[in-house]
Design a binder for this molecule. Structure first.
Ligand code: ME8
Length: 639
């Protein structure tokens, strides 16, 4: 019997930065799949969460002046909030710093250890902190750079425990061979196979040169390699360590699907299955990798300022349109480019024109011809039966496509039916039928076909656009929760009750102007209020110059003050600054070019002469000197 338990996961995201369109994409896709499976009558468990250990998070926290725990406690809720704003209905949110997870990691490590699959050795080689991955010599690119992210690699030489991954090479190849849908899409599957065939090496699974990780019981002084820790989250959440019944139901007897980006396929399709083979746990059913998003044709990066912030998009276009666009615009698996023009075009053509018009026209005509209550349906004619048949076919196709997570094709297929029904209006010409009293019953059948189509379409689009689905239902006069609807119940036709009262119509997706939206991507606030304004003459009294720090020292007897000898292009002067707390490594400032006000009256602070002021920025109580590019000449005036 086919299992009716469906377990879907997203990667757990690193908390070194805020969630963005990339993490939103995977999470929305998983949410759509979870919602769709619920409408198909499955008992669904949908997991997402945060990956909180490792060197990268530890270093980010340090740079922010916090402990890793403080930092992760600050960041994890930002993911929870973002998912709420994107209408993500996950059943669980896991953080790898939770006790339940530490116990699960301990259990899998112990199991693999007792199996004889872990041995002590030494790792010497290159490591990419950004990807948290060991990079073998033959994969290094450029000048010691990571083949995946291009960042500079670090040398690591430390005692380490190794996992005998090589032992599982053949078993894994056999599994992939026997399960054609284990890794999707096909292109990724082939890539994984050829990688394994080059020969798997044993994997270093412990680190001992930093502390932010889960300690290993049989290896004092070592913490768990962050990927070994992170991958285990998928087991933790379904009771691997603490709830055998739940584990049996959700993992062993359920369908398990991992969604992820193409960047982390190897971790999921190689390391993870080997870990499970060693631990004697069933392998997941599907590992589905999607492509990469760029923004307006370029790689997203903070320095380019083109990172797509989901909440801003939602504010502009609404959460449904954002979700729809992401899943409709590119085939899952392919790369995609996020552009304002494309999202606006999608909203106008698919949502406002096709779906919105079908709803507005139908409700408008119904109320005009019959009032607010549903009238009796007559005999179906050929054109009605043909539309009904198309709907039956579409349900089968959508089910097939969704089983392979082909979101874009599934939407295209649903839209075939929406277009068909728009055309149906033009072909059945209700505005002519109303003129002929003998066609009243025919008109009722036509109009009911339309209302019923929308009722069904609402259920099909709700997993993608939960709010729009609900609104369509409400406008049709159905106030139940659409999330509880089942596809099974929308299969039969003629399900409207005579006398049912329609709701109020209002446009769900207003049309947008492409030109205006593109221009307003970075709208200027014309109503900006300038506080404490000064004029240009007043400003020009302040003389600011680029100075180079030649020496940096503590001021004796003070915790707060540092004294600097700086070159202002003409003279060497001394400046005292209250920034000691923010620069424990103040000697590193020597050689930096910074900005200084050079015409302040000299003062004496704690017995030290100060002949100017260094400029600094302040953000959340963190003070930083304003540094300038090393190519700017010392002594240059700031105007
Ligand atoms: O890799 N386009 O976390 P991560 C599409 N913690 N998807 C993108 C994307 C983009 N431009 N940028 C990010 C990790 N993603 C590990 C995972 S799982 C046991 C541990 C999405 O925060 C995509 O799903 O770097 C990618 O796989 C994931 O974010 C990486 O998130």
């Amino acid at each position: 019997m086919e299992s009716k338990n469906f377990y879907i996961t997203t990667p757990i995201y690193y908390v070194n930065g805020d969630p963005h369109v990339g993490s939103a994409y995977t999470t929305i896709a998983a949410d759509v799949m979870a919602r769709y499976k619920r409408t198909m009558g499955y008992d669904v468990y949908f997991l997402t969460g945060t990956d909180e250990h490792g060197q990268k998070v530890e270093e980010t926290a340090k740079a922010k002046g916090m402990t890793p725990q403080e930092w992760t406690d600050l960041m994890a809720p930002r993911f929870v909030e973002m998912w709420k704003a994107l209408n993500i209905k996950n059943d669980d949110f896991i953080r790898t710093t939770e006790e339940r997870h530490k116990k699960a990691v301990k259990k899998i490590l112990q199991t693999v250890y007792e199996k004889g699959d872990i041995y002590k050795g030494e790792y010497e080689g290159k490591y990419c902190v950004s990807c948290e991955t060991f990079v073998p010599e033959n994969q290094i690119v450029g000048e010691d750079q990571c083949p995946d992210c291009g960042k500079k690699l670090r040398m690591v030489k430390e005692e380490s425990y190794f996992f005998r991954m090589s032992k599982y090479q053949d078993a894994l190849l056999k599994h992939i061979d026997e399960h054609p849908d284990f890794i999707l899409p096909r292109s990724r599957r082939n890539e994984v196979i050829s990688f394994i065939k080059q020969g798997l090496q044993d994997l270093s699974i412990s680190r001992n040169t930093f502390e932010w990780g889960i300690p290993i019981e049989f290896a004092p002084g070592h913490i768990t390699y962050v990927w070994f820790d992170a991958l285990t989250n998928y087991l933790t959440a379904v009771g691997y360590e603490n709830n055998p019944e739940e584990f049996q139901k959700r993992w062993e007897n359920g369908e398990v699907v991992h969604l992820l980006g193409k960047d982390i396929v190897r971790f999921h399709a190689i390391i993870w299955p080997c870990m499970l083979l060693s631990a004697g746990v069933k392998l997941p059913d599907k590992i589905v990798a999607h492509g990469w998003w760029t923004s307006e044709g370029e790689k997203m990066s903070k320095s380019k300022g083109n990172v797509v912030a989901p909440l801003e998009e939602v504010k502009k276009y609404g959460v449904d349109a954002f979700r729809y666009y992401l899943l409709r615009e590119v085939s899952f698996g392919n790369d995609g480019d996020y552009s304002t023009k494309a999202i606006v075009t999608r909203i106008n053509s698919d949502l406002a024109n096709d779906l919105g018009n079908l709803l507005n026209r139908t409700l408008g005509m119904y109320k005009k011809y019959f009032g607010e209550e549903i009238v009796k349906t007559g005999e179906y004619e050929a054109i009605d039966l043909e539309a009904q048949k198309l709907f039956d076919e579409i349900l089968v196709q959508v089910e097939d496509m969704m089983s392979r997570l082909e979101f874009s094709r599934a939407l295209e297929t649903i839209w075939k039916f929406i277009s068909r029904m728009n055309k149906y209006i033009d072909e059945t010409t209700p505005w002519l039928l109303i003129k002929d009293e003998s066609k009243k019953e025919r008109l009722a059948t036509v109009m009911n076909m339309l209302v019923e189509s929308l009722y069904k379409v609402a259920v099909l689009v709700a997993p993608y656009m939960p709010e729009a689905g609900q609104k369509i239902w409400n406008q049709l006069g159905y106030n139940d929760d659409i999330e509880k609807a089942l596809v099974e119940n929308i299969k039969p036709w003629n399900i409207l009750e005579v006398g049912h009262k329609l709701g109020n119509a209002s446009p769900i997706f207003p049309r947008l102007e492409v030109e205006k939206e593109v221009k307003e991507k970075n709208p200027v606030n014309k109503d900006l209020k300038i506080e404490n304004p000064i004029n240009i003459d007043e400003f020009s009294k302040v003389e600011i110059k680029v100075v180079e720090i030649l020496e940096a020292d503590k001021v004796e007897g003070s915790d707060k003050l540092l004294k600097f000898k700086v070159n202002d292009g003409k003279n060497i002067r001394q400046i005292v600054s209250g920034i000691a707390k923010y620069y424990p490594e103040y000697k590193e400032l020597v050689g930096k070019k910074v900005l200084a006000v050079v015409n302040l009256e000299p003062v004496v602070l704690r017995g030290e002469l100060s002949q100017g002021m260094l400029l600094s920025s302040e953000e959340k109580k963190r003070i930083k000197l304003v540094e300038v590019d090393s190519s700017v000449k010392v002594g240059s005036k700031i105007k």
